[in-house]
Design a protein around this ligand. Structure first.
Ligand code: HEM
Length: 366
């Protein structure tokens, strides 16, 4: 796909763009709009209307000037500096969680580690008590399905979105707070609730998938795994390359606000465009040997967290959590565990996300 540049996909009824230059250009073009609320059911239902109102406040769906006004208010909790303030908390969350699993030699990594670790971190940062994690996780998964799969049964996702919002509203009203809430100044209550719903689901779903993707990728590249393990390559660099190679955000979507030409192809105003971040990250014009995992790769330009004004707000948190996992896992286990071979892996059937449904594995504890 990445050689053909721009292709029309009849099944999806939109354009697919996979070249690095084109994807980056379109992500920073004012000819594109990010206003693309998914179809979540009939607007005649009150629940659907309220859910749509919440989503319409998410910065990921806003264009300037609304986006420009709200982004500086929602980004501070995840600045590299704010994350440095809580790095000890993140590491101890991981260690405590691993201790709670000690001795378990067979597990589904996605369920036992990849989900609870980032979910506990993000929930804790906003004051959600650990006891509420399972139900919050279920709501969050339902919202993710609503967002990513073009679900034909959106009712469950809408209900979960509303429950998550109600839950957060009463949490904030009761004065419960977490270490990052102090950074979220200047939002009215509805924007605050909507933003935190976005953080809670965007913040754990993608990172969960990244953790699973990293383990299977490292297992497929044993020599690179060895170099990471022996300290020849830092976790920081390894995470960047693992994000490029098998990042959890496969693609994002924009709508053409005006006609736009890419080479000989004209994308007409109103048409939708799938921007293949994963394809762009394997573009041979930018990355030498793009299909090889090279942990010490020198080229930059990965689009794993997007590009332009919507570049991922949570990137510093996600990067740090991934580094903690790579550094800490071999301190608990004698390696990164025995994962199933490629043909036995269950990938989620989602257009925009790359993540495993489950990752059954065997581990040996130190
Ligand atoms: C490995 C983990 C993650 C990946 C791969 C990822 C990926 C992305 C991508 C590709 C975008 C741009 C979407 C677009 O342009 O349409 C984005 C935006 C965003 N991400 Fe992440 N994300 C991750 C983790 C997080 C975390 C931990 C949070 C927050 C807790 C977060 C919050 C957001 C928000 C709020 C936006 C919207 C920014 C804006 O529109 O200005 N993400 N993310």
């Amino acid at each position: 796909m990445r050689d053909s540049g721009v292709t029309w996909d009849e099944g999806w009824r939109g354009w697919i763009v996979a070249g690095h230059k084109d994807v980056a250009e379109l992500l920073s073009s004012d000819r594109m709009t990010a206003e693309r609320l998914p179809n979540i059911g009939s607007q005649q239902s009150e629940d659907t209307r309220v859910a749509a109102d919440i989503m319409s406040r998410w910065i990921v769906f806003l264009d300037p000037p609304k986006h420009t006004a709200i982004r500086p208010k929602v980004a501070p909790p995840f600045s590299p500096r704010a994350i440095r303030e809580i790095d000890g908390l993140i590491t101890s969350t991981f260690r405590e969680h691993m201790e709670s699993l000690r001795g378990q030699t067979e597990m589904d990594f996605m369920r036992e580690v990849a989900f609870p670790f980032p979910a506990t971190v993000i929930a804790g940062l906003f004051g959600v008590p650990a006891a509420d994690l399972p139900v919050f996780g279920q709501w969050s998964d339902d919202v993710a399905s609503l967002m990513h799969s073009g679900s034909t049964e959106p009712a469950q996702g809408v209900q979960s979105l509303l429950q998550l919002a109600d839950y957060l509203r009463s949490l904030f009203r009761s004065g419960v707070t977490g270490p990052l809430m102090k950074h979220l100044d200047g939002l009215d209550e509805e924007d605050l609730v909507a933003t935190c719903v976005l953080f809670l689901f965007a913040g754990h779903e993608t990172t969960k998938n990244l953790l699973g993707n990293m383990l299977v990728t490292l297992s497929d590249w044993p020599e690179e795994q060895r170099r990471l393990w022996s300290g020849e390559v830092s976790e920081k660099r390894a995470v960047e390359e693992l994000l490029r190679y098998e990042g959890p955000a496969k693609a994002t979507v924009r709508i053409a606000a005006r006609d736009v030409a890419i080479g000989d192809t004209v994308i007409e105003a109103g048409q939708k465009i799938l921007l293949a971040l994963g394809g762009a990250n394997r573009d041979p014009k930018v990355f030498d040997r793009p299909d090889d995992l090279v942990l010490e790769r020198s080229e930059s330009g990965s689009l794993a967290f997007g590009y332009g004004i919507h570049f991922c707000v949570g990137a510093p948190l996600a990067r740090f959590e991934a580094q903690v996992a790579l550094r800490e896992l071999p301190r608990f286990w004698t390696g990164y565990g025995d994962v199933p071979p490629p043909e036995d892996r269950q990938w989620q059937p989602r257009l925009l996300n790359r993540g495993l449904d489950e990752l059954p594995m065997r581990v040996a504890w130190r």
